[in-house]
Design a protein around this ligand. Sequence first.
Ligand SMILES: Nc1ncnc2c1ncn2[C@@H]1O[C@H](COP(=O)(O)OP(=O)(O)OP(=O)(O)O)[C@@H](O)[C@H]1O
Length: 493
Amino acid sequence: MATLNSTTSPTPLIPSQVSVLDFFVPGSTGILAAIEPVLDMNSSARPLLLCMLLVFLGRHVCRYIWGAAETHFASTVYVQASSEVYDMVGLWTASQPFAHRARSSLARVGWRRSVVVDEDGMQKKPLYYSPWKGTFYFVYNKHLFWFRSVEEKLGIRTEEVVTVSCFGSPTILKQFFNDCRGAYLKITKNKTTIFEHRNGKWKRTSLKSIRPISTIVIAEEDKQGLLRDIENFLEPKAPIWYTNRGIPHRKGYLLYGPPGTGKSSLCLSLAGRFDLDVYILNISAADGHSLGALFAELPSRCLLLLEDVDAVGVAQPRQGETDITQAKEDATQSRPPSQGKLSLSDILNALDGVSAQEGRLLMMTTNHLDHLDRALIRAGRVDKKIELPNADKDVIFRLFCMIFKKAEGDIPDPKQPAEDDRTVEEFARDFAREVPEREFSPAEIQSYLVEHRGSARVAVEKVQEWMDRTRAERSKMARADSFMEVSRSSVIN
Ligand SMILES: Nc1ncnc2c1ncn2[C@@H]1O[C@H](COP(=O)(O)OP(=O)(O)OP(=O)(O)O)[C@@H](O)[C@H]1O
């Protein structure tokens, strides 16, 4: 008959089946075996330790199950911080309660500098918070969504990446992104989005209110011609017309003239008029390697702006040449000192290459038409060259009227009642009689008129004084320039 022997080994505290836990938490059976004597020694500690163990294991099991469910049943969209979609999601999340409750957020001034989510009515440097580093849950259209913000290493740089996930088909996720896009488009309506390049990628840098084309005072014939031309180019049937004839669907313009004649303003205004985003290629900051990728990333309908194209082709010194050699070459050809990193062939390849987008409108501006390489502005690359000269009598008259005539939405100043439109026109004629043609740029004239915007009469009365002052300043600047030129050539020689 079997007797109960007190020396036989006790029933194990943790049953052997527990080894199934190894499946979820590898090594857990070993840990349990190690602590078993402790549990046996002090029976009062047993329930406490068991609870802790269960909580610990429970967390691991839950994490495992969530991870498996996410991998097999969730849909996820990844968004890089450099993309415009990031701005769309950022704008949407900033207005959501979960973003305000987030215990870990990233604070920024403004919202990408221009779309300001001004929660507390702060006018200057409004602060904007976005959930940062962690997982944030929210409900969208009765679906559980989660938003994750992580930093990803891209070469030597780190970039923020946002993921948005939900269980089920990706359709609901796409609907969510469409809503974000809708909210973004509402904010950017009547604005022109400006992109510039940073580290070889386009980045939205600002949003500008659309400037009505009527406020750009240039020869009316040139303006109307441009508007007709661009309208024809952008009409929906145009791409097929071009393709059927084997002609690349691209258009290029060169605007040239002295500083302050409205070249950049005209480009931005045209972009606003035709609802095009503007991509500004900064010639002195771009390099040949990233240029192809930048061109490939351009959307099919956009305005590509290359300002001061005379900097192209007077780029880096060629191999074996020193900076001094380049400077000498610049000096002998009386062109401004080299600054850009782009060579002429870089830019020509990008403009004509396979990555060059169809449907893009190219606008180049320069103050020095005579410094441009003919290859850059040959027909096909540049379809039209438009001169924007200093102000003639007509431009002077129209600039005056634009500043002093009443405009829609103006708030009248009771202390300084504005002259009526007929009186303004009379003053404008007097003003245009006083100011010589082609001597002053529209920017100079506009700046003077704005200074006296309270009274058209005073603007006319003081015009002679202003012209004398401006001429004196110019000759002072010219003397300083020639002094610099002499010092530079003596250094080179
Ligand atoms: N033709 C114009 N009509 C209306 N405003 C003008 C005109 N020309 C210049 N301006 C005003 O002058 C300022 C400078 O103009 P803008 O920058 O467009 O000149 P720009 O020709 O591009 O000069 P730069 O060659 O130095 O780049 C702007 O505020 C713009 O409003």
